[in-house]
Design a protein around this ligand. Structure first.
Ligand SMILES: Cc1ncc(COP(=O)(O)O)c(C=O)c1O
Length: 440
């Protein structure tokens, strides 16, 4: 049985230098439910850390420990922490007013940039979170088709609304027990309208359409399955989804909350050359502020423009988020194809370096992903769908991530790594040296 050497000492060492975080976590628990602002953060080992600042590729915790950050706030920080142009834009706007509940120029200035960047977007609209905007997309698909249900893939995450929080990370026994029906993630959820299929499995999609095709308004997917193993679409799979939806009169929705402005400036639809009908964005688009975007073909978006499909929200299009987005989009657009290619190269060097460093110590590891988002797993082969991710050892990864934390490298608990434009070659070298020590 493989194990990460010195796991217990690593835990003691991290606890020893993060006492300030533990004090604050205990205090926070007394008033804030669970001591965290989103449940997923609770799984951090040894406990959720508290941070005081971030700069470029690094974050500093309340005890003064600095970490090279590959969690990047779960994805938004494609430009790294605190990019000066974005922070300055926020400061300038804050001095003029934080929200108006009325029109302002940034709304169309950002929309013009989005329409130019996103291949499928003739028109866009705003909300504040990925969860909200996916609901908008699904509502629009129901309105366009007059059908009540939608198809999603096992392991894909589309926010925490009842209707989509199903079959996200089901355990093997749940998969067997629910026998093809959507598996709810938590208590209190209403049974939803989802039909669930397997990622990269054309036959399971064809079966779902055969059984429910007349009821399915849309297929929604992460065009690269970042939330479960960072699994890219196999060649031809997105094209197959495009064909099936066209033939059945359903819409194709790409949930680009993670892939947007990360896989390419135009997102996964630019990178993979498949045009969805609608696409949703959050995370990177807001430059680290709450902003989400729905973009799509004019003939569909006209329903929102005309008001027959309701789209609302007090803080939608707030000037702080849009000032940040405008600055972030200008920085990202200026990177150009060359800048994105360099980011991809750097991420690939990290990924290959991790495989060889851990492989040289006798660990059976594999990576999966596409450029600046990939996953590292203690498993012999990269997965092709969510079920295959269940073969990887969670314990080994968790011990590895803790050892990396002790070495000053911050990772997400689920194996996913995000690389930003702020990471330099020297940061990759530092990380690979830390990985070598973590398994030495
Ligand atoms: C692909 C995808 N869609 C939707 C969401 C929900 O976004 P938010 O957390 O902003 O509600 C997420 C969040 O991680 C996501 O990864």
């Amino acid at each position: 049985m493989q194990s990460i050497p010195g796991a217990a000492e690593r835990e003691r060492s991290v606890r020893g230098k993060t006492r300030g975080s533990l004090d604050r976590f205990e205090r926070s628990n007394r008033s804030l439910a669970g001591g965290v602002s989103t449940g997923l953060r609770r799984s951090a080992r040894p406990y959720p850390l508290f941070f005081s600042r971030g700069e470029g590729p690094r974050m500093v915790d309340v005890d003064g420990n600095a970490y090279l950050d590959f969690a990047l706030a779960w994805g938004p920080l494609i430009l790294g922490h605190n990019p000066p142009e974005v922070s300055e834009a926020i400061r300038r706007q804050a001095a003029l007013g934080t929200t108006f509940g009325a029109q302002h120029e940034l709304e169309y200035e950002v929309a013009e940039r989005l329409v130019a960047a996103v291949p499928c977007a003739d028109l866009v609209c705003y909300a504040n979170s990925g969860t909200e905007i996916v609901q908008g997309a699904l509502r629009l698909a129901r309105a366009v088709t007059g059908r009540p249900r939608y198809l999603k893939f096992e392991g894909h995450y589309h926010g925490w609304d009842d209707s989509v929080l199903v079959s996200y990370h089901p355990r093997a026994d749940e998969i067997a027990r629910f026998d093809g029906e959507p598996v709810p993630v938590g208590e209190g959820q209403l049974p939803g309208p989802a039909v669930v299929a397997e990622w990269n499995d054309c036959a399971s999609v064809a079966r779902a359409f055969k059984a429910h095709g007349r009821e399915i308004s849309a297929i929604v997917c992460e065009p690269l399955l970042a939330n479960s193993g960072s699994i890219p679409p196999e060649p031809g799979f997105l094209e197959f989804l495009r064909r099936v939806t066209r033939e059945s009169g359903a819409l194709l929705i790409f949930d680009e909350v993670i892939t947007g402005f990360r896989l390419a400036y135009g997102g996964a639809q630019e990178r993979y050359g498949v045009l969805p009908d609608l696409a949703t964005f959050a995370k990177a688009v807001g430059g680290g502020t709450p902003l989400s975007v729905l973009g799509g073909r004019r003939e569909y978006m006209e329903k929102i423009a005309g008001g027959s499909v309701v789209h609302a929200g007090t803080l939608n299009g707030n000037p702080i988020s849009l000032a940040a987005a405008k600055a972030a989009l200008d920085l990202l657009a200026a990177k150009g194809t060359e800048g994105y290619a360099a980011l991809r190269c750097r991420a690939e060097r990290l990924r290959e370096g991790l495989e060889s460093t851990l492989g040289a110590r006798g660990f059976s590891v594999s990576t999966c992903g596409d450029g600046p988002v990939f996953s590292l797993a203690f498993a012999a082969r990269p997965p092709r769908n969510y079920r295959e991710t269940l073969c990887a050892s969670q314990q080994l990864y968790s011990d590895f991530a803790l050892a990396m934390l002790d070495e000053g490298v911050l990772l997400l608990p689920d194996g996913r790594w995000y690389v930003s434009f702020a990471h330099r070659d020297a940061d990759i070298d530092e990380t690979l040296a830390a990985a070598a020590r973590a398994v030495a």
